[in-house]
Design a binder for this molecule. Sequence first.
Ligand code: NDP
Ligand SMILES: O=C1O[C@H](COP(=O)(O)O)[C@@H](O)[C@H](O)[C@H]1O
Length: 512
Amino acid sequence: MSFCLQCHQLRNSRKQLVFDVSKDESTVSITVVGASGDLAKKKIFPALFALYYEGCLPKHFTIFGYARSKMTDAELRNMVSKTLACRIDKRENCGEKIDQFLKRCFYHSGQYDSQENFAELDKKLKEHEGGRVSNRLFYLSIPPNIFIDAVKCTSSSASSGIGWTRVIVEKPFGRDSDSSAALTKALKQYLEEDQIFRIDHYLGKELVENLSVLRFSNLIFEPLWSRQYIRNVQLIFSEDFGTEGRGGYFDNYGILRDIMQNHLLQILALFAMETPVSLDAEDIRNEKVKVLRSMRPLQLEDVVVGQYKSHTKGGVTYPAYIDDNTVPKGSLTPTFAAAALFIDNARWDGVPFLMKAGKALHKKRAEIRVQFRHVPGNLYNQNFETDLDQATNELIIRVQPDEAIDLKINNKVPGLGMRLDHSNLNLHYAARYSKEIPDAYERLLLDAIEGERRLFIRSDELDAAWALFTPVLKELEEKNIIPEYYPYGSRGPVGAHYLAARYNVRWGDLGI
Ligand SMILES: NC(=O)C1=CN([C@@H]2O[C@H](COP(=O)(O)OP(=O)(O)OC[C@H]3O[C@@H](n4cnc5c(N)ncnc54)[C@H](OP(=O)(O)O)[C@@H]3O)[C@@H](O)[C@H]2O)C=CC1
Ligand SMILES: O=C1O[C@H](COP(=O)(O)O)[C@@H](O)[C@H](O)[C@H]1O
């Protein structure tokens, strides 16, 4: 019961309350299409369990796995149980809760383009729904080339009769403006825009959600949030592993499409948008679209691309990107990119927004760094021991790991002299809050169940995002631009530093 209460508190703090966990007699059926796959195992089933554990799923719910692989209900439960055992074992009464959860999980094997197989699924769903008002959520966790087949079959043969039907679509949403528009058009043949939940899981990360709170509920930040006080903004993503097993997918997309055009650009839009009229999904997304449309399409001279090469360290040899068997020989696909973007509006004119994203780098990290301008006529310029560039204030929002907000300030070193030092005012989540931070997929799945669209991508947002990246992606490919090779586990290509230097920027993560 305490779990339900927690969830009620969570819900009540949200604007839209769609159902009451304890009283609602309607049912929610969640079908994970592609249930045998990597994402389903790694993220979707664990997130669904976490929601169940927290009492956030409605009283009547059923989870179905759907894929071509032959599996019985017991085999699906076994697969889910294994993945849960290795991920969520720290919670109280976890074993008991897992058993209860698994009893609500079922499996149906079928093709993604078979109306007949989806009609069989529909029949099973109806049996479980027991004549209640049925709401159905389909999570398409399948490769993009079969999205449309699955959407067509879902909408014609397995959608809910009386309740709602929603479909979560995973990225990639196309690979350029044209393919994205074609995907949107195809989806809209079968679904209304308000049934489509395009997921960008970075929007579900705690510190990304907190970005608007930080800006709009603290007097001390919003007045500084402009070209007048901010020198540059850096959006940094790095992983300390390579494509490992996903090279086949990755090679068709590359880091600009895999991370920058979506995750980092979404963060940028939230960071830079004007104050929305309200916290309603449409108001927020309107502002995001506006700021994206005020941006200049990325220019080739403002991009540096790299690819990781093999490296031996401590007797271990780490593979090159092209050593992955699923990657075509001689592939030039970038596994690293740095880019400078600009927003041509009154607030941000001339402020470089620098992005850096890479795989197989020295650290796993995602952060936003805001470097403020110098203090004009600073009385203490002579008292710094380091160069003045390092004496500017910096706000660091660490999205992961070890979620934190640090504000770098200057202070006097205690003592009789007058020496200045830099220190961090910090909010480190692990120290401040004992509760575990929910995974992004938990938040987003709950939002989709509740019909909250704020953290999902609208089709015009997608168009605006692709308009910024499509020209440069075409140019990189047409001109066969050779990436700068960087050793696996390094800090990436030196070109990223030259690019930043062109705009008088020093990457803030250099010293860490
Ligand atoms: N994995 C990740 O970390 C992330 C994935 N995504 C996106 O989520 C979606 C799912 O990803 P992921 O789980 O990694 O994908 P998988 O490659 O694991 O595919 C999921 C399932 O789809 C079926 N499938 C795979 N290839 C084909 C094919 N060519 N034709 C028909 N069915 C196929 C398989 O099930 P079966 O054979 O049983 O039918 C497979 O288990 C993709 O759109 C991906 O881009 C997004 C972010 C991160
Ligand atoms: O969408 C993707 O994200 C993951 C990184 O997600 P995170 O939550 O673990 O930071 C990335 O590895 C993958 O290539 C990409 O498709």
